[in-house]
Design a protein. Structure first.
Length: 357
């Protein structure tokens, strides 16, 4: 499996590096053909200014779209953000994330289709059917554009986890509630990865996120673009590059994959010598019997913390919580110790960063 990595220190210069990635991995014709409709799937966790590194940077998306436009293709840019998915919310989040310029600077369209459909996967180890965006059924192929970020639950969020964004709206939170143990959740993400095929992953690692990602961390200059046909190989390379131990990431741990087989094109991840601050992760400790985690988890695990001054009492967190663990109080949301499974869907949904993982 080939993984392309190269240094890129600015979004102004990323077109050349992205173009190189396509070339070195076999050329544009390897991934798209004339007459096709292609979904470009960046990370739109929530509406957030690009300099906060929560979403895939719009200039990075534009660079990829411009490379794809060398072919005669119809391009749709879309993702399902945290929480409920509505046209109005998408409009607002595109605006806040600076994605509107994608439509003015390229021929690509932003997605406003909020429909869902079923996708069967007979080999799924956790589920045989997933609720995904109906958009996925309407396109010929998908190009995956994750952001390189840490994640309070899964330690790292990259290419495989980005495909979870193709699961429809609040269903993402519901699956969190269904798979509360980290190893189960990792297996479920791998099932989604298999159920929804992507042709190429190009990761935005120019400015990534460290600390309490995927929305509450700090932007960090990582100066890299990573690309491969295999999303898992991209994630492994990103972990190596940032100093995150791959064995801490549930999708990497649960997958049978010989990472020694990876052939790095251009640069090796070790050449970046970059160590970032990453969270310990986990809603429940790994492989500890259920009975023990159930009895003792609340004594040692963190929960989201409310910053009352930031809270605007919109109650999006309450709607996103898969365990009904949030009650509305005059000061804002109150989280039940006993119901909370530490999935952080509430923090991911909060438009004001009022819930800190
Ligand atoms: S914590 Fe965030 S999502 Fe929840 S009510 Fe306050 S502002 Fe809204
Ligand atoms: S309150 Fe707990 S269970 Fe509910 S969304 Fe937040 S972290 Fe998840």
């Amino acid at each position: 499996m080939e993984v392309f990595i190269n240094r890129c220190t600015s979004y102004d210069e990323c077109y050349e590096v992205v173009e190189d990635a396509f070339e070195e991995l076999g050329g544009i014709s390897n991934f798209v053909k004339d007459g096709e409709t292609i979904l470009v799937n960046p990370n739109l966790l929530k509406g957030s200014s690009p300099d906060k590194a929560v979403v895939t940077h719009p200039d990075f998306i534009i660079a990829v779209v411009r490379v794809l436009e060398k072919k005669d293709v119809d391009i749709i840019v879309g993702d399902s953000p945290a929480g409920r998915m509505t046209e109005k919310k998408l409009e607002d989040q595109y605006e806040k994330s600076g994605w509107k310029k994608i439509e003015s600077e390229t021929n690509a369209r932003l997605n406003y289709d909020v429909g869902s459909t079923k996708r069967d996967i007979s080999t799924g180890s956790t589920k045989k059917t997933f609720d995904i965006l109906s958009l996925v059924e309407e396109v010929d192929g998908i190009i995956n554009l994750p952001k390189l970020k840490t994640h309070s639950l899964t330690v790292f969020t990259g290419a495989v986890k980005n495909k979870y964004g193709l699961v429809h709206g609040l269903t993402k939170a519901a699956y969190h509630g269904q798979f509360t143990r980290l190893n189960q959740f990792g297996k479920m993400l791998l099932d989604v990865n298999e159920a929804v095929d992507t042709r190429l992953t190009v990761m935005d690692g120019i400015i990534g996120m460290e600390g309490d990602g995927p929305s509450g961390g700090e932007p960090v200059e990582l100066d890299c673009v990573i690309a491969s046909e295999d999303p898992l190989a991209v994630d492994y390379a990103a972990c190596k590059l940032t100093g995150i131990p791959p064995q801490k990431v549930p999708t990497i741990l649960e997958m049978e994959f010989d990472f020694e087989e990876i052939e790095y094109l251009n640069r090796h991840p070790n050449s970046f010598e970059r160590d970032i601050d990453y969270p310990s992760g986990g809603s429940t400790p790994y492989r500890v019997p259920n009975i023990l985690t159930g009895l003792f988890a609340n004594f040692y695990l963190d929960r989201p913390e409310l910053n009352e001054e930031k809270c605007i009492k919109c109650w999006e967190c309450q709607e996103a919580c898969p365990k009904d663990a949030i009650t509305g109080k005059s000061y804002g949301p109150k989280i039940s110790w006993w119901k909370c499974i530490r999935c952080y869907c509430c923090a991911e949904t909060c438009p004001e960063e009022a819930l800190k993982p």
